[in-house]
Design a protein around this ligand. Structure first.
Ligand code: AMP
Ligand code: MG
Length: 309
């Protein structure tokens, strides 16, 4: 299949209406979208990404009214977070409506819903006129794409269209919060921080693994965000082709070095850095760890997952 490159949201929305797959930019990472109500199109997302069938997709909306078609109810805590943050890099998990085909949520009775704040994304979503399910637009297990070129690297010939925008602003996936119970539970850290969530709902807790990821948020159990090179957070190797990314100048010799001014820039650069390291044949990527507050919590989560393999 030929993958069309376009800057036009109406061209991209036409592809969606014909049941096709479109990669599009958001403020977090590029997503791979299909019409949530077209089960065949949704199935093709799993094929194109080689995504495990038990990993649910996030539904994206261009306006708040569309949430009513996706969710059976909007719980009081969800309503508070929606009012406070949407549009935002924040996904709210709610009880799913019967209209949503089971494949979109990997058989779960819940659905993750997000309204991106990225302008081009919202223009595209509005042009589609339907909610769009979209996981990150990478091959499963690879680092999420933060540029359209990274999407092309993984999915050229496997999807119908790439809506070309700029590099994404945040560079890490959305914060995911389960709002199906009495109080919100943070399932995945992201740019909307735990501190910010607690300002709105102080009872917000952090999901603690009890070996039930498969039930609560299947994506958490899958290997993620991995470059081919091995990722080290400590005990950096002293030989081999090494790269370094962090907030301070490293000691010693590295083939590729990226020093970021703060955690936000580190988050923004991380996945593109991983991909660059793979392109130039790095064997070991040495990553400085950061303090786990604000975006630092999300950054450390992705660094840990990348280093576990
Ligand atoms: P991705 O869009 O590729 O970053 O993956 C979406 C992730 O969001 C999944 O891997 C899950 O961890 C989480 N997620 C999506 N839908 C749900 C849901 N209904 N319940 C819990 N977690 C979800
Ligand atoms: Mg993903």
């Amino acid at each position: 299949m030929d993958t069309t490159l376009t800057r036009s949201t109406s061209v991209a929305a036409d592809v969606i209406r014909r049941g096709g797959l479109v990669a599009f930019p958001t403020e977090t990472v590029y997503g791979l979208g299909a019409d949530v109500f077209n089960a065949d199109a949704v199935a093709r997302i799993f094929e194109a990404k080689m995504r495990p069938a038990d990993n649910p997709l996030i539904a994206h909306v261009g306006d708040l009214d569309q949430i009513g078609r996706l969710a059976e109810t909007i719980t009081p805590s969800a309503q508070k977070l929606i009012d406070a943050f949407f549009p935002a890099p924040l996904t709210i998990v709610l009880p799913k409506s019967d209209e949503v085909p089971p494949i979109a949520t990997a058989g779960l009775e819940t659905i993750g819903v997000r309204m991106p704040r990225h302008e081009l994304a919202r223009e595209f979503l509005k042009a589609c006129g339907t909610p769009i399910v979209a996981p990150s637009a990478n091959l499963s297990g690879r680092p999420s794409p933060t540029t359209w070129q990274a999407v092309e690297e993984d999915l050229n010939g496997r999807i119908d269209c790439i809506l070309q925008g700029a590099a994404t602003e945040i560079g890490l996936e959305s914060t995911v919060v389960d709002c199906t119970g009495d109080h919100p539970v943070l399932l995945r850290a992201g740019a909307i921080s735990l501190e910010e969530l607690r300002e709105i709902v102080p009872e917000t807790s952090v999901y603690v693994s009890a070996g039930d990821e498969a039930v609560r948020s299947p994506g958490l159990k899958h290997r993620h965000y991995s470059p081919r090179a091995k990722v080290y957070l400590k005990d950096f190797p002293t030989s081999g082709r090494r790269a370094y990314i962090g907030l301070h100048e490293p000691e010693g010799n590295f083939a590729v070095v990226k020093v970021c001014r703060d955690a936000a820039e580190y988050a923004h650069e991380l996945f593109a850095f991983f991909r660059e390291c793979d392109r130039v044949g790095i064997e070991a990527i040495c990553c400085e760890t950061v303090e786990e507050s604000g975006i630092g919590r999300a950054l450390m989560d992705r660094l840990r997952r990348a280093s576990e393999k």
